[in-house]
Write a protein that binds this ligand. Structure first.
Ligand SMILES: Nc1ncnc2c1ncn2[C@@H]1O[C@H](COP(=O)(O)OP(=O)(O)OP(=O)(O)O)[C@@H](O)[C@H]1O
Ligand SMILES: [Mg+2]
Length: 196
């Protein structure tokens, strides 16, 4: 299975979510980010190459973490859209991010692949509800999942893809473990969208 995590907006959680989803699905995470944390286990694609290397195109599990430019499906992103089974668009709850999410969905929906939105890094239930209503009004009934603000992301940045196994082995991490379970539910729902 192949997943594409994409947004034209920076800082919405693409890389963190892609990395977690890759861990959850036992996939290789690849990115078009220009800066990649060396411990992350994420493979950085060569910026100059116009397509995704052939070894990731075969029938292997891959999560693609892609920034996108406004209004423009570049060659490599078009390739990613074509390869993937499910598209995931993370968003924050502020107006600019929501607009960017709508633009991103419109950019990638050409392929008719299942698209899920993750409202990420929120703390306020009222902002969450507003965001959900806004996106549903603009885009119709897409699956919308939610991930709260959590220190688990710092943990992922620190421990790389080992976050998953490490969290429950360390004592006193009840809260983190609860978050991990919440993440798992989101990733399970996303993998279900891909079917078999
Ligand atoms: N749910 C969350 N809780 C806490 N921090 C978060 C959450 N989601 C993202 N962050 C933090 O927000 C920052 C941006 O996340 P990330 O790098 O994954 O976004 P991105 O969309 O890949 O950004 P870029 O466009 O720069 O590649 C990171 O510091 C990350 O740890
Ligand atoms: Mg990133």
């Amino acid at each position: 299975m192949k997943y594409l995590v994409v947004s034209i907006k920076g800082g919405v959680g693409k890389t963190g979510i892609a990395q977690n989803l890759a861990t959850y699905t036992d996939a290789q995470c690849i990115t078009n980010d220009l800066v990649v944390n060396a411990n992350s286990g994420i493979i950085q694609l060569e910026p100059k190459k116009r397509s995704i290397p052939i070894k990731f195109c075969a029938n292997v599990p891959v999560v693609m973490d892609f920034g996108a430019s406004y209004n423009n499906l570049d060659h490599k992103l078009a390739h990613a859209v074509k390869l993937c089974n499910v598209i995931v668009v993370p968003t924050l709850t502020d107006a600019r991010s929501l607009q960017a999410t709508i633009d991103t969905v419109n950019l990638v929906k050409v392929a008719d692949k299942p698209i899920a939105i993750i409202i990420n890094n929120f703390t306020s239930e009222s902002k969450l509800k507003q965001a959900k209503d806004y996106l549903t009004d603009a885009l119709g009934r897409l699956p919308i999942f939610t991930i709260r603000t959590t220190t688990l992301f710092e943990r992922v940045a620190k421990d790389g893809c080992d976050w998953f196994s490490k969290v429950h082995q360390v004592k006193g991490e009840y809260q983190l473990n609860k978050t991990r379970v919440a993440h798992e539910q989101v990733y399970a729902a996303i993998t279900a969208l891909g079917g078999k």
